[in-house]
Design a binder for this molecule. Structure first.
Ligand code: ADP
Length: 207
């Protein structure tokens, strides 16, 4: 299975690149933001609670999003793999994702982080706010709070994957196609089968 974590601040282009990646690699897109907005549209209790936090640009509690990912993984057992978009956003979420994927005999293949500076993010999100109907995209102070939450609570998730040698960063400013090409290169490197060195193999036999 190919499981990609697409990482980066709000407005970095994760949603746009996810759409291209799911088509190219035949993966299932799991965006916790989309799953939460679906709950809001359905008017569920969870959705009502989440909406208050989302509108303020704050994170929804870990157990809520972890529960949603757990259910989605159970529902999509036949998937060739997943793109995680907007999840994990905290280290406990990253730890839970490892545990959940292990229950399905799989793991995160790699994380790709899209890097974009704050002023460009604010510009992009205000532009998106004109058509997205998202209250959190329409107010500059809320956008800046989301970027701040990313810097203080989410950015450390990169270190979690760096420790596992799965972290890759890319400049998120540039042509969409060019960024897509760079993401594919990273993913394809991780997909290449590991060729065991004859020395390591001999050592293993000796042991
Ligand atoms: P963006 O990346 O533009 O912020 P998302 O759709 O990923 O958009 O997230 C919108 C909001 O949904 C977040 O600001 C947060 O309130 C909530 N949210 C989404 N994913 C998570 C998550 N993994 N953990 C906590 N809150 C989340």
């Amino acid at each position: 299975m190919l499981n990609i974590v697409l990482f980066g601040p709000p407005g970095a282009g994760k949603g746009t690149q996810s759409q291209k990646l799911i088509a190219h690699y035949h993966l299932v897109h799991l965006s916790t933001g989309d799953l939460l907005r679906a709950q809001i549209t359905q008017g569920t209790v969870l959705g009502l609670k989440a909406k208050k936090l989302m509108d303020e640009g704050l994170l929804v509690p870990d157990e809520v999003v972890i529960g949603m990912i757990d259910s989605a993984l159970q529902e999509k057992k036949e998937a060739a793999g997943f793109i995680f978009d907007g999840f994990p956003r905290t280290v406990p979420q990253a730890e839970s994702l490892d545990q959940l994927l292990a229950q399905h005999q799989t793991r995160v293949s790699c994380m790709v982080a899209l890097e974009v500076g704050e002023e460009e993010l604010v510009k992009r999100l205000l532009e998106r706010g004109k058509t997205s109907n998202r209250p959190d995209d329409q107010d500059e102070s809320k956008i800046r709070r989301r970027v701040n939450v990313y810097n203080t609570e989410t950015a450390q998730v990169a270190g979690y994957y760096a420790n596992q040698h799965k972290f890759h960063a890319l400049n998120g400013i540039g042509e969409i196609e060019s960024i897509f090409g760079q993401i594919c290169q990273i993913i394809d490197q991780h997909q290449r089968p590991v060729i065991e060195s004859p020395i390591a193999a001999t050592d293993e036999v000796k042991a």
